[in-house]
Design a protein around this ligand. Structure first.
Ligand SMILES: [Zn+2]
Length: 548
C-alpha cells in the first residue's frame, strides 16, 4: 500500500510538469523571422528573434505565457517601448519596439514622464499590479527605439541569471527550414612573428565556392568566414548556429553561439575580424582565438588557437562548415600550400609604435597627448601606433594638436582615457570639448577608443526649425522641429506648452511631440522649444498655434 502511494505521488509530479504552459506565438501572423538569435552585429550578438509583421505597425502582441508585467521601459533608442513579463517557470519574456502598451500601462508611463519631466522612463511593477494570462493582448507591434522598420523583437531570458536563451535551437519557435547556410566571403590572413605578431590579409575570396586554385599561404595563417543562414519564405540573412574550421583531418576551430549572457556579448569584437567590420558590412568569424576573448571558455573550441600551421610544402585542405539550428550544413573546401616568400607589408614609418601587452594596463605620453588604456581593454598584444597629424586650426574651432591615437581597426573591450592639452581662450573653459576629428567635428568625451581626436571650442548655439507651415504651426496629430548643431552636438531639447513641460521625443535631429486632447484643449496655445548643445549653448523659439 505504501509503495502505491509513492507511485501515485510520482505520477502527480510528472503530470504537474506536463501541465506547465508551453509558449504560444506572440503574433497572429504566420511565423517568419527577419532576424534570428546569435546574428553578428558588430558589437553584440542579436539576443532574440525579430518577427516579421508585413511592414505595418499596430498588430496585437499576446503574452506567450501567463505571469505578470514586471517592467516597462521607454527610450528613444534600444528597445524603444520595451515590455518584460515574468513567468512562474523562471523565465522572462521581453518584447521590443512596441507602438504602445495596454491603456492602463500607457497611463502609468505618461504619469511618470510628467512627474519626472523625462521622455525616457523605466517602471518596475509588483506581481499583483498587472497580472497577465497566456494570450492576453499586452501591446501593439511598433517601430520605436533602434528599429529600422515595423517588427517585434522578442527574447526569452532566464529571470535569475539574465541569460538570454536561444529558443530557436530549443525548438520553442522553429520555422520549417531545409535550406543550408551560405558562404558569402572568406578571407585568409597571414601571421608573422615580431616583437608583436603582425597579421595581414592574403586572400579576399568574394565567391568562395568557385575557388579552384591552390591558395598560397605563409607558414602561419588563419581564416575568417562570412556565412548566413537562409530559411524558406524569407529573403532575410539569418544567423548561422555553428562555425567549424578543419585543417586536413583536424578540427582547429569551432564557434557555437548557444545561450549568450548579455555581459559577454561585447566579446564578439574579438570573435570577428574587426578590421573588416570597421568599414561596416557583415561580420566575418575568424578562426584565430585571441587570448583575451572570454568566449573561448565554452563557446569556442580550438587547437593551436585556431591558427593554420603549415610545416611542409605539401598541399593541404582547409574545410569550412556552417551549420544552422536544424542541422542543415554548408561545406566549402580550399586547397592550400605553404609559400615562405609571403610577408607582412612594412609598417607605415610616419607612426610611432610600441608594443602593448593585452593583460596589462598601458599608457603613452607624448608632448600634448596622453592616453591610458586599462587592463581588460585589449584582446591581444598589439603594436600601439600614434602620431600628431596637425596643429590647432582656429578657423574650425580646433585649439589643440590633432592626434591619431591607435588604429581604429583594432577592437577594444573597454575605452581608454585621453588627455590633449590645449590653449583655451580666457572665459571659454566651458565651451571646450574633446572632438572626433574628421570632415566634421563631433563630440567624443574623454573616454575613447582608438581614433583621431582634438580639442575644439563650440560657442555657436544649435538651430531649430519648425517643420510644416512656416507662419503658423500645422496642428495635425503632432509637431515636429528640426534641431541641428554643427559642432559639439545637440544634448537636450525641452518643450513647454503654455508654460508647462510637455513630453517630446528627441531622435537624431528631430524633436517630435503628439498633441493629446486631454492635455491641449481647443483654442490658442504657445509652444516654447529650447535646445542645448554639449557645451551649453542654447537656442529657444516660441510659436503660437490653434487647436480647433
Ligand atoms: Zn531584434
Amino acid at each position: 500500500m505504501k509503495r502505491l502511494a509513492v507511485l501515485v505521488c510520482a505520477l502527480m509530479v510528472s503530470a504537474g510538469a506536463l501541465a506547465q504552459e508551453q509558449a504560444i506565438r506572440p503574433l497572429d501572423v504566420p511565423m517568419s523571422f527577419s532576424g534570428t538569435y546569435g546574428e553578428l552585429r558588430h558589437d553584440h550578438f542579436h539576443s532574440g528573434v525579430d518577427w516579421r509583421v508585413g511592414g505595418k505597425v499596430g498588430d496585437p502582441i499576446h503574452a506567450i505565457k501567463s505571469g505578470y508585467i514586471a517592467r516597462v521601459s521607454v527610450s528613444p533608442w534600444g528597445y524603444g517601448n520595451g515590455l518584460y513579463i515574468k513567468h512562474p517557470d523562471g523565465t522572462t519574456s521581453v518584447y521590443g519596439h512596441l507602438l504602445r502598451f495596454t491603456d492602463a500601462i500607457d497611463r502609468r508611463v505618461e504619469e511618470e514622464q510628467y512627474a519626472r519631466e523625462s521622455f525616457s522612463v523605466n517602471l518596475l511593477f509588483e506581481p499583483d499590479e498587472f497580472p497577465v494570462r497566456q494570450g492576453d493582448i499586452v501591446g501593439r507591434v511598433g517601430n520605436t527605439g533602434s528599429s529600422a522598420g515595423p517588427h517585434l523583437h522578442m527574447e526569452i531570458r532566464d529571470t535569475e541569471s539574465d541569460l538570454s536563451l536561444n529558443y530557436i535551437s530549443r525548438g520553442v519557435y522553429k520555422p520549417a527550414d531545409k535550406t543550408s547556410p551560405q558562404f558569402h566571403r572568406v578571407c585568409f590572413y597571414g601571421l608573422e612573428d615580431g616583437v608583436v605578431e603582425r597579421s595581414w590579409r592574403v586572400h579576399n575570396l568574394k565567391s568562395p565556392a568557385s575557388v579552384r586554385d591552390t591558395l598560397r599561404l605563409p607558414a602561419r595563417s588563419y581564416v575568417a568566414i562570412d556565412a548566413t543562414d537562409r530559411q524558406e519564405g524569407t529573403s532575410s540573412k539569418l544567423a548561422v548556429e555553428e562555425y567549424r574550421v578543419w585543417l586536413d583531418t583536424t578540427q582547429i576551430f569551432s564557434f557555437k553561439v548557444g545561450d549568450m549572457p548579455s555581459s559577454e556579448g561585447r566579446y564578439i569584437k574579438s570573435l570577428i575580424e574587426y578590421r573588416e567590420s570597421y568599414d561596416g558590412g557583415r561580420d566575418l568569424v575568424k578562426s584565430r582565438v585571441d587570448p583575451g576573448n572570454l568566449l573561448a571558455n565554452e563557446r569556442i573550441r580550438c587547437v593551436s588557437n585556431g591558427v593554420i600551421e603549415l610545416r611542409d610544402n605539401a598541399v593541404h585542405t582547409v574545410r569550412l562548415e556552417a551549420i544552422d539550428e536544424h542541422g542543415n550544413r554548408a561545406v566549402t573546401r580550399f586547397r592550400i600550400r605553404r609559400d615562405t616568400s609571403l610577408h607582412a607589408p612594412d609598417p607605415d614609418p610616419t607612426y610611432k609604435r610600441e608594443p602593448w601587452v593585452w593583460y596589462r594596463q598601458n599608457q603613452v605620453n607624448d608632448g600634448s597627448m596622453s592616453y591610458y588604456l586599462p587592463a581588460g581593454a585589449l584582446y591581444d598584444n598589439i603594436e600601439f601606433s600614434w602620431r600628431r597629424i596637425a596643429g590647432p586650426d582656429p578657423g574650425r574651432g580646433i585649439i589643440s594638436d590633432v592626434w591619431e591615437v591607435g588604429s581604429p581597426t583594432i577592437p577594444l573591450q573597454l575605452a581608454g582615457e585621453l588627455e590633449i592639452s590645449a590653449d583655451v581662450p580666457e572665459g571659454l573653459e566651458e565651451k571646450a570639448y574633446m572632438a572626433n576629428y574628421g570632415e566634421k567635428l563631433t563630440h567624443a568625451g574623454v573616454h575613447v577608443r582608438f581614433g583621431t581626436y582634438c580639442v575644439a571650442i563650440d560657442t555657436v548655439a544649435p538651430t531649430l526649425q519648425f517643420l510644416g507651415n512656416k507662419g503658423n504651426i500645422v496642428v495635425d496629430d503632432g509637431i515636429r522641429i528640426r534641431v541641428r548643431d554643427d559642432a559639439s552636438g545637440v544634448a537636450d531639447a525641452r518643450v513647454e506648452i503654455d508654460g508647462r513641460w510637455y513630453v517630446s521625443l528627441l531622435k537624431r535631429d528631430i524633436v517630435s511631440l503628439e498633441l493629446k486632447r486631454e492635455r491641449v484643449r481647443r483654442g490658442e496655445h504657445t509652444i516654447k522649444v529650447s535646445v542645448t548643445d554639449v557645451c551649453g549653448n542654447e537656442a529657444t523659439e516660441t510659436r503660437t498655434f490653434t487647436v480647433q
